[in-house]
Design a protein around this ligand. Structure first.
Ligand code: G3P
Ligand code: CA
Length: 252
């Protein structure tokens, strides 16, 4: 079993595969998740919306056009309908078998691995009123509390998640410099700092470490950035290229 707090007590920078292995496989699909497992990533990050029938589904955008051959809003289709779309739009003829996973299918699979999972709730634009309850219920059903981190740009949602299930770590997503973000995170019951890469400067990494606060910047794809964050003691990095990041980590 991995350390329960992603990064806490870990010396090594963990490699988290962004939307699965987004750089090489169709994002947020089982092929991308399997790739992350095969190359040896410690964790996966994925994005969740709710379908018309209120089921948590794994897809990044509110709409279908960019990543699938469907059109319109995810929230306007039932799971059964969503399952009919190909979810490999950015990969041409390759990976035509890829479909939109439900969160439940993904968790069921994850339970058979040792992977950590960062579930990002995409409830910034659309409110999805019961989303937190549904996701917490699924995590509890598969007893994955110790391997999950919830994150969201919607920090009200993080407060709600923490109230529903305080055993599961919540992490704040943010794009720009916050003053002493570890204090802010603690004030809303959150632990991790999931910041945009340019925010993750050496001083922030050092101060966060002194505060016992894990930092997991996104999206870290350039070799120089991967190297700098590993050498700077980042708890984890969220990357589109887990295989490459692991090679760099091994070479240091
Ligand atoms: O969770 C980190 C990162 O995934 C947030 O941005 O747009 O890739 O979901 P985005
Ligand atoms: Ca995300």
């Amino acid at each position: 079993q991995m350390n329960r707090q992603f990064g806490e007590g870990e010396q090594q920078t963990l490699i988290i595969a962004h939307r699965g292995s987004k750089g090489t496989h169709p994002e947020n699909t089982m092929v991308a998740f399997l790739e992350a497992l095969e190359v040896g990533a410690e964790g996966i990050e994925l994005d969740v919306h709710l379908s018309k029938d209120g089921i948590p589904v794994v897809i990044h955008d509110e709409t279908l056009e960019r990543t699938t051959n469907g059109k319109g809003w995810v929230k306007d289709y039932t799971v059964e309908e969503l399952k009919c779309f190909e979810a490999s739009a950015e990969f041409g003829a390759e990976h035509k078998e890829a479909t939109i996973p439900t969160l439940e299918e993904t968790l069921e699979w994850l339970a058979s691995t040792q992977l950590l999972l960062n579930i990002e709730l995409k409830n910034g634009l659309l409110p999805y009123p019961t989303m937190e309850e549904k996701i917490v219920e699924l995590v509890n059903k598969y007893s994955l509390e110790e391997r999950i981190i919830f994150s969201s740009f919607n920090h009200y949602s993080l407060v709600k998640l923490h109230q529903l299930q305080p055993e599961i770590e919540t992490a704040i997503l943010f794009m720009e410099g916050l003053y002493e973000p570890w204090n802010y995170a603690k004030s809303i019951g959150a632990k991790g700092l999931h910041c945009y890469l340019p925010v993750a400067q050496p001083l922030l990494l050092q101060r966060a470490r002194e505060e016992g606060t894990p930092v997991r910047p996104f999206t870290v794809n350039e070799e120089a950035h991967i190297r700098a964050l590993i050498q700077g003691g980042s708890s984890a990095i969220i990357t589109d290229f887990p295989e490459k990041a692991l090679q760099i980590r091994r070479s240091l």
